[in-house]
Design a protein around this ligand. Structure first.
Ligand SMILES: [Zn+2]
Length: 264
């Protein structure tokens, strides 16, 4: 499955599915995530509205309702994603990132002129200095460190719930994904790894991240947590019953992949 990109402003949107955001929160009709055109709670056009593309033959439009005070209940994006289908996740993740980019790119960062939508591409363009602004994507690594059957899992200081997860971090300028894995693991828990194996990637909107997921093997070092980043870290056995990230997350997918390889 993949997106077909059609940001044409003249596209027919009356048959599209609409996803509405108020800031980082989602406005839903009563029983589903998405709105039909004839259900929309108000007229949503101009800069508020973005055709985000076609997914499995259906066109999706994202709209930013912030400041309109429409009176519909607001839903937390992270909670919605945890219970969403793969298709719904794809739409929510893409819509939230495009709307955030549009909100944060209203003026040129070089000359401060108001930006305009690009005619063909999903980009904002400065009419004065012609600088282009594309949606921002932050590449991150996420890694499950293995030592035999055991998995190195950690609780980040920013986690809102006491779950154990894999290690993750942003890739720095001039760094490869593999270099970022070695650096992040050493910085966060003081451990050296080797035998890196790329598994999969996932777009994740907290914020506009592209998670590149790896498995890695423990080589040396005792666990020593960076208190700025990690509250606790420890070796977890595959059959242990601990609170884990939701199944939708690539962290959980790494954990389940390792469990399947060990437990069969
Ligand atoms: Zn400019």
């Amino acid at each position: 499955m993949s997106w077909r990109h059609d940001p044409s402003p003249s596209a027919d949107l009356t048959t599209a599915s609409w996803v509405l955001f108020d800031g980082a929160a989602v406005l839903c009709p009563e029983t589903t995530l998405f709105w039909r055109h004839d259900q929309l709670p108000c007229r949503l056009d101009g800069e508020r509205r973005h055709v985000i593309g076609d997914w499995q033959g259906r066109r999706y439009v994202a709209a930013d309702c912030s400041g309109l005070d429409l009176g519909w209940p607001l839903h937390n994006l992270r909670e919605l994603l945890a219970g969403a289908s793969v298709e719904e996740q794809g739409v929510l993740v893409r819509a939230s990132q495009i709307l955030l980019w549009a909100r944060q790119h209203r003026f040129c960062s070089a000359c401060a002129q108001p930006l305009r939508a690009h005619e063909h591409d999903r980009a904002r363009v400065c009419p004065s200095c012609h600088l282009l602004f594309y949606p921002r994507i932050h590449p991150c690594i996420i890694v499950l460190v293995r030592r035999g059957r055991s998995m190195l899992l950690a609780q980040g200081v920013r986690f809102q719930q006491p779950i154990l997860s894999t290690l993750a971090g942003f890739i720095e300028a001039g760094e490869s994904a593999e270099e970022a894995v070695h650096r992040e693991v050493l910085e966060e828990v003081g451990v050296e790894v080797d035998g890196l194996c790329y598994v999969a990637s996932q777009s994740w909107p907290f914020p506009q991240s592209l998670m590149l997921a790896f498995m890695a093997d423990y080589v040396s070092g005792e666990i020593r947590c960076d208190p700025q980043e990690i509250r606790l870290a420890r070796w977890v056995e595959p059959e242990e019953d601990v609170a884990l990230p939701p199944p939708v997350s690539i962290a959980r997918q790494l954990i389940e992949k390792h469990r399947r390889s060990v437990l069969g």
